[in-house]
Design a protein around this ligand. Structure first.
Ligand code: BGC
Length: 757
């Protein structure tokens, strides 16, 4: 092994990598300015290099370089592609980076989970989030980010990777991700999207076959990818473990060659997820360009040798190998990794932690605040009980490849509370894993704010003792947490262990009970009616406690909005029971039928079915109140150019605060089942009593295809004739009709028309 020194915090990487690989056995910077200058004709520059390359050198670039006796690559990375110094091609050094520098590479800023970034509904904040990831990857010598997780959460809210995602709506998820990607590439680090496509459950992810019709895929999961790629210059797309309509995603000609490279004109390269390749030449012909290093380590299916055999026997044209190499090199030029070599150095721990805190303050969602219990006063009546979830030392983070070793080291690591799955269905994700608490103590942060109160902590393991403490206190703040990780799904939407009972006991003892949730996605809350306040803090990152305390005591007015629906119960989901192989120990492929909800993912499912959610998509409270009034819709020829909706947002309360005004469009019934879809949003910060006149423009020709449906017969987007209704509000369920327009003549739209990159 090289680069492995005792005492080097990066040593943890090799262990993490092995664990990570075992599992699968089973804009705000819209311009991408730096990248643009570095990218001067990346295609020509790639071709000039290819003209000088030998066959062996070409093979070297289409797979990673990881062997059992060589586990640690440049900069401590566990995954890398060897470069060709004689041609000026640097190593391509890879690390995960959904929530900060992942893969155990070294200490880095543990950002709030990506779902918190989405909950800001703020592209400028999302850009800052990506900037921290890009800067820190680069400081570690990494020049390829293994991608932003863009799988939609609405199909399976129990998905163990929900914390890494951006929620259930293609527009919000696509735009937030695009902002991350632009920021990362502006740091000369190749950015990517994953897991393409429909990797929407983790249970038996290498065997699950997503069954879906073309229109539904195009209007949901694929649309999120289409938007993220069109609105960024991201150069990598990682194909997923699962199958789609019977074909493994990494050898799916339709998904890779047809949709991604054909329809969307994606110029970058397709990288396989670790151990996701199922074939060599067949995958290459279907559009896979590079095999992730881990596969090579295990004598992978795709080795240079087997591709060479394909070349020799004529199965694989030489032009295809050249195209694979071209895409990888053009990505390196386009993102600036060749013109701007990495310089290893320290991260800006203090500056980046401040951004982590800001994002949590903007992304935490206030779900309930009965009788205005929040914000708390410093004295809070004299006494505060802080209970549960190791709130004395830290805040929970998510597990798997995206886990970040926080600056300063973890506050606490515990054996994971793994769901008791049949081996192969996710249990392995827990082997060797640990639940990690980031070093940010809610107790200390609350103590620092509560100048006039005594603050007492109970760990919550004894609910009777916790209830007694709560009864003797003026206010009780209960922290509850739910660990999620790649490679497994959650058995239910309830908090694990006895936490729900703990909240119930505390709430029964003290009416002023506040619940703070550290989790990755939707939760059931059997105790909701009995508590006064609930703050959704997500996994809040390594400055999470300070952000939570700032919100609880009113230094920050919450403005986050849910990027996903919280259902009442799993019975309301499209699939109340997570699909598994039959029998459960089988390694055979099994179907996950996404035709049930089709394109109605997330709130569209609940709207179409008339099911009341616990908390709707887009919901979130503030310490002030807002009114949205004076709504007007203007449209010239909507089908070809879109429309504008204008309105006033007024802060009708007594505190400064921000409201996210959301624009939904109701399409003619002939084109969909759900009453409306999100087509625009804007976050407005207002002083008490202030009003702002806002105009949201919805461009019919944007990559979101806001007025259109996918017409399977013609294989393109179409805008139907009929009446369209524009709604404005502050959640998917709290909207007013602003007006509408009629489309009477729809010119055929070019299905391949995309915004200029
Ligand atoms: C995950 C990917 C990750 C890769 C490399 C896989 O298990 O699914 O998201 O990028 O490992 O760490």
């Amino acid at each position: 092994m090289r680069n492995l020194r005792s005492g080097d915090p990066r040593n943890g990487r090799s262990l993490v990598l092995i664990i990570g690989l075992a599992v699968p056995l089973l804009i705000c910077g819209r311009g991408n300015s730096q990248t643009a200058s570095a990218a001067a004709d990346p295609d020509q520059r790639a071709d000039a290099l290819i003209a000088q390359m030998t066959l062996d050198q070409k093979f070297q670039l289409v797979h990673g370089n990881l062997t059992l006796d060589n586990l640690v690559g440049p900069g401590g990375a566990g995954l890398w592609m060897l470069g060709i110094p004689s041609l000026g091609i640097p190593d391509l050094v890879m690390a995960d980076g959904s929530t900060g520098v992942g893969d155990g590479v070294g200490q880095a800023t543990a950002l709030p989970s990506s779902i918190a970034s989405a909950a800001t509904w703020d592209l400028a904040e999302a850009y800052k989030y990506g900037q921290v990831i890009g800067k820190e990857l680069r400081a570690y010598g990494m020049n390829l980010n293994l991608g932003g997780n863009l799988n939609l959460t609405g199909r399976e809210p129990r998905d163990g990777r929900t914390f890494e995602t951006k929620g259930e709506d293609p527009l919000l998820a696509g735009e937030i991700t695009a902002a991350h990607l632009r920021a990362i590439q502006d740091q000369y680090v190749i950015a990517g999207v994953k897991h393409y496509a429909l990797n929407d459950q983790e249970t038996a992810r290498t065997q699950s076959n997503a069954v879906i019709d073309e229109r539904s895929a195009r209007e949901s999961d694929l649309l999120a990818f289409e938007i993220a790629l069109a609105e960024s210059n991201a150069q990598m797309a990682m194909c997923a473990y699962n199958l789609v309509n019977g074909t493994y995603a990494c050898q799916d000609d339709h998904l890779l060659n047809g949709v991604l490279k054909g329809d969307w004109k994606f110029p970058g390269f397709v990288l396989s997820d670790a151990l996701a390749t199922q074939s060599s030449v067949a995958s290459a012909l279907a559009g896979l360009d590079q095999e992730q290093p881990g596969d090579y380590m295990f004598g992978g299916i795709w080795t240079a040798e087997s591709l060479e055999a394909g070349l020799q026997n004529g199965d694989m044209p030489a032009s295809r190998l050249d195209n694979m190499v071209h895409r990888i090199l053009r990505a390196m030029f386009a993102a600036g990794v060749i013109d701007h070599p990495t310089t290893v150095g320290p991260i800006d721990a203090e500056g980046d932690a401040a951004i982590a805190q800001e994002i949590e303050e903007q992304g935490a969602v206030l779900l309930k605040n009965a009788a205005g219990l929040l914000p708390l006063s410093p004295s809070s009546g004299g006494s505060i009980a802080v209970i549960g979830s190791h709130a004395d030392v830290g805040v929970l983070s998510g597990g798997g490849s995206s886990r970040v070793i926080p600056s300063g080291g973890a506050a606490l690591t515990l054996p994971p509370e793994c769901p008791s799955y049949t081996p192969g269905l996710g249990g392995l994700a827990c082997t060797g894993a640990s639940e990690t608490y980031d070093p940010s103590s809610p107790l200390a942060a609350i103590e620092a704010k509560a100048s006039g109160a005594t603050v007492t902590f109970a760990d919550g393991t004894d609910s009777v003792a916790a209830a007694k403490l709560a009864a003797a206190s003026n206010v009780a703040i209960v922290f509850v947490s739910q660990w999620e990780s790649e490679g497994m799904d959650l058995p239910s939407l309830n908090f694990s262990g006895t936490q729900d009972a703990l909240v119930g006991a505390v709430a029964a003892a003290n009416p002023n009970t506040i619940v703070v949730m550290e989790n990755g996605g939707a939760q059931a809350m059997p105790w909701l009616d009995n508590v006064s306040a609930v703050l959704e803090a997500w996994y809040p990152g390594q400055r999470g406690a300070q952000a939570i305390a700032n919100i609880l005591f009113g230094d920050v007015n919450p403005s986050g909005k849910l990027p996903l629906t919280f259902p009442m119960s799993v019975a309301d989901l499209p699939r109340p029971v997570i699909p598994i192989p039959s029998p459960p120990t089988s390694t055979a492929v099994f179907d996950v039928d996404y035709r049930i909800e089709g394109f109605n993912v997330g709130y569209k499912w609940y709207d179409a079915k008339g099911i009341q959610p616990l908390f709707p998509f887009g919901f979130g409270l503030s310490y002030t109140t807002f009114a949205i009034s004076n709504l007007h819709v203007t449209s010239g020829s909507p089908a070809s150019s879109g429309f504008q909706v204008s309105f006033d947002v007024t802060n009708t309360g007594s505190r400064a605060g921000a409201e996210v005004a959301q624009v939904y469009l109701g399409l003619p019934p002939v084109t969909r089942d759900a009453p409306r879809r999100l087509v625009g949003y804007t976050k407005v910060l207002l002083q008490p009593g202030a009003a702002q006149h806002v105009t949201v423009s919805v461009d019919a020709n944007s990559s979101a295809h806001p007025l259109s449906y996918w017409d399977t017969a013609t294989g393109g987007w179409k805008t139907a004739n009929g009446d369209y209704v524009v709604y404005v509000g502050n959640s998917s369920r709290n909207v007013s009709a602003a007006g509408g327009f009629r489309v009477t003549h729809t010119p055929e739209r070019d299905p391949l028309r995309l915004p200029v990159r």
